[in-house]
Design a protein around this ligand. Structure first.
Ligand SMILES: Nc1ncnc2c1ncn2[C@@H]1O[C@H](COP(=O)(O)OP(=O)(O)OP(=O)(O)O)[C@@H](O)[C@H]1O
Ligand SMILES: O=C(O)c1ccc[n+]([C@@H]2O[C@H](COP(=O)([O-])O)[C@@H](O)[C@H]2O)c1
Length: 226
C-alpha cells in the first residue's frame, strides 16, 4: 500500500490528494520542482507518485520497474509532501490512467477531491489516451507548464472539452471531487528523462538534472550506460 496516504478525514476540511503518474525513467528535477511549487499554488495536502510498469503510449522503459520504483523512492525519501504508490507496477498490462483513477475513486469515496497531475506535453496528446473524455468523472486534471511545448491544443474536440472544464482559481479544486482542469503557472525546467538517458549514454554528467541519491543509484546499477 502507498506510504502516508491515509489522509481522508471525516471531520476536517476537504483534503485535496494529488496523484502524479509517470514512467520516471528516471525521475528528475523537471518532475520534482514544478510539482513542489504546484503543491503550494494549489494547496495539495499530499502528492502521490504513481510509477507505471507498462506505459500505454511509448516503448518499454530502459530501467526495470523495480529500478524506477527505487529511484522514485530515493528522490522523495526526505520530503513529506510526497509518497509513492506502486500499484501500477504490480500489473503487466498497460497502465491506463482511467482504470487507476477508477480504483482510487472507489478507495477514497465519492466526495474526496482528487487531482491527477500532468505536464503540458501530456495535455497536448490527451485525446489519444484511453477514454480520455471520462478522466474528469474521477479527478481534476492539473497541468504543469513545460518549456518547448505549445499552449494551443490541436484537435477542436480536445480544445472544446478543455474550455468547458477549465478553472483559473485553484481554490475550486477543493470545492468539488472532480471535473475541473487547472493550468498552473509552475516554474519552467527544461529537463527530460530522454536527455538524462542520452547524456549518460554519452558519458556526460547529469548531476544538475536529478537528486544526488538518484544519480548514485543509477551509477551503482550501471543504468543508462554508454
Ligand atoms: N520538465 C518537465 N516539466 C513539466 N512536466 C514534466 C517535465 N518532465 C516530465 N513532465 C511530466 O511528468 C509526467 C511524467 O513524465 P515522464 O516520466 O514521461 O518524464 P519525461 O521527462 O517526459 O520522460 P521521457 O523523456 O522519457 O519521455 C508527464 O505528465 C510529463 O508531462
Ligand atoms: O491512459 C492512457 O491512455 C495514458 C496514455 C499515456 C500516458 N498515460 C499516463 O500518463 C502519465 C505520464 O505518462 P508518460 O508516458 O509521459 O510517462 C503516466 O501515468 C501514464 O501511465 C496514460
Amino acid at each position: 500500500m502507498p506510504r502516508n496516504t491515509s489522509l481522508t478525514s471525516s471531520s476536517g476540511p476537504a483534503l485535496l490528494l494529488a496523484f502524479f503518474g509517470g514512467t520516471f525513467d528516471p525521475i528528475h528535477y523537471g518532475h520534482l520542482k514544478p510539482v513542489a511549487s504546484l503543491a503550494k499554488i494549489a494547496g495539495f495536502n499530499q502528492v502521490i507518485l504513481l510509477p507505471n510498469n507498462v506505459p500505454p503510449h511509448r516503448p518499454q522503459p530502459e530501467a526495470t520497474a523495480q529500478q524506477r520504483l527505487q529511484m522514485v523512492e530515493l528522490a522523495v525519501a526526505a520530503d513529506p509532501l510526497f509518497s509513492v504508490d506502486p500499484r501500477e507496477l504490480m500489473v503487466d498490462t498497460p497502465s491506463y490512467t482511467i482504470e487507476t483513477l477508477a480504483t482510487l475513486r472507489k478507495e477514497h469515496g465519492d466526495d474526496c477531491p482528487l487531482a491527477f497531475i500532468i505536464g503540458q506535453d501530456s495535455l497536448l496528446t490527451l485525446h489519444k489516451w484511453h477514454r480520455w473524455a471520462s478522466l474528469l468523472d474521477f479527478c481534476h486534471l492539473v497541468v504543469m507548464a513545460r518549456p518547448g511545448y505549445k499552449e494551443h491544443l490541436d484537435t477542436p474536440e480536445l480544445q472544446k472539452w478543455y474550455d468547458a472544464h477549465r478553472v483559473t482559481d485553484a481554490e475550486k479544486l477543493k470545492q468539488k471531487p472532480c471535473g475541473f482542469i487547472y493550468q498552473a503557472n509552475t516554474p519552467l525546467l527544461d529537463i527530460s528523462a530522454t536527455e538524462i538517458r542520452e547524456r549518460r549514454h554519452a558519458g556526460l554528467d547529469c548531476s544538475d538534472l536529478l537528486p544526488a541519491a538518484v544519480e548514485h543509484y543509477i551509477e551503482s546499477q550501471g543504468l543508462y550506460r554508454q
